[in-house]
Design a protein. Structure first.
Length: 327
């Protein structure tokens, strides 16, 4: 009897130890345990890539694990964005997207290889930059009101450079044309660089541009800045906002945010969101972004979702009204 009791006790202790060990082994490991891939759906060196690398460096410190940028350019940003959508929802593949993320649903419709609202877990809206309405130095206008008056006095005579199909720059030009009610000739370019070269050469009359692309030309009196889309900006304090110029609906502004694949575990989403928000509050990163013309934001996931929903609707109206079609 004593032997049987001893054997039962041993079996019970062994079972308890096994269950205890199995339970400990089943506990989820702290995130992240390995480097995190950050897909940028553009080639290296562009605005999205610059923002991603600056932010990633600080988030690396917050998470205590390295993050690395993986550039996947092409297909109007759809190739890289699809790679984010189809990645495993484990927090080890995330991405930095720009305004094309909310413009493409209206531009490509059913041809979009993912569902912008259903296939992603928005993490944080990181930053944005203003667009500046710039005109050729030779154009006889000094403010937005005069540009509109000149365009209306000469229907179809002025040319408007529209850089990058479906970009915030392109949609900013369309917003202005539609809100001003002017008849101008859109001149499409594949990017901002060539359009600015032609603007400097007097081949086109006006366009919208990011600040870094035109700041030195404005300061050197080679281009005239008439208005900015997000309020007065530090680099050009004397240039009024488009709202001050009577065009509050002309508010296109390239923005940049972190998204992850849908169904990301809530705990990882929260951790990534907190890290991103903390990064954008750091003085060093805010100062660096400000120096190159970007406004730091660092939203919550919920705030970013609201921004995405509102932006999709806004751009749908602009794309439809302008009858903008993919090339």
């Amino acid at each position: 009897m004593q032997s049987i009791n001893r054997r039962s006790l041993l079996i019970g202790l062994t079972s308890a130890a096994t269950m205890s060990f199995s339970g400990a082994r089943a506990q989820p490991q702290p995130y992240p345990q390995r480097p995190v891939r950050v897909i940028v759906p553009y080639a290296a060196g562009g605005a999205s890539d610059i923002v991603a690398r600056l932010v990633v460096a600080v988030i690396t410190e917050k998470l205590g694990q390295s993050l690395f940028v993986d550039n996947r350019g092409g297909g109007a940003s759809m190739i890289g964005t699809q790679a984010i959508a189809t990645a495993a929802p484990d927090g080890y593949t995330i991405g930095v997207v720009d305004s094309a993320f909310t413009i493409n649903p209206s531009l490509f419709g059913a041809k979009l290889p993912y569902d912008t609202k259903k296939d992603f877990a928005p993490v944080s809206l990181l930053a944005r930059t203003s667009l500046v309405l710039v005109v050729s130095e030779s154009l006889p206008v000094s403010n937005v009101k005069e540009l509109i008056a000149l365009a209306k006095s000469r229907p179809g005579a002025l040319s408007m450079a529209t850089a990058g199909l479906g970009t915030a720059v392109h949609l900013g030009c369309e917003q202005f044309r539609q809100e001003a009610g002017i008849d101008v000739v859109p001149v499409p370019y594949r990017g901002g660089g060539p359009s600015i070269i032609d603007l400097l050469g007097g081949k086109v009359d006006f366009t919208f541009s990011t600040i870094p692309a035109v700041l030195e030309h404005i300061r050197g009196n080679k281009l005239k800045a008439l208005g900015s889309t997000t309020g007065r900006i530090v680099q050009l304090p004397d240039v009024p906002s488009m709202a001050e110029a009577g065009m509050p609906k002309v508010d296109a502004a390239p923005d940049f945010g972190i998204v992850a694949p849908a169904n990301l575990p809530p705990a990882i989403l929260s951790q990534l969101g907190t890290a991103a928000q903390g990064a954008l509050k750091s003085e060093g990163l805010r100062r660096r972004l400000d120096e190159i013309g970007y406004e730091s934001i660092g939203s919550t996931p919920q705030e970013y979702i609201a921004h995405i929903d509102a932006s999709i609707e806004k751009w749908r109206h602009v794309v439809t009204a302008g009858n903008i079609k993919p090339e």
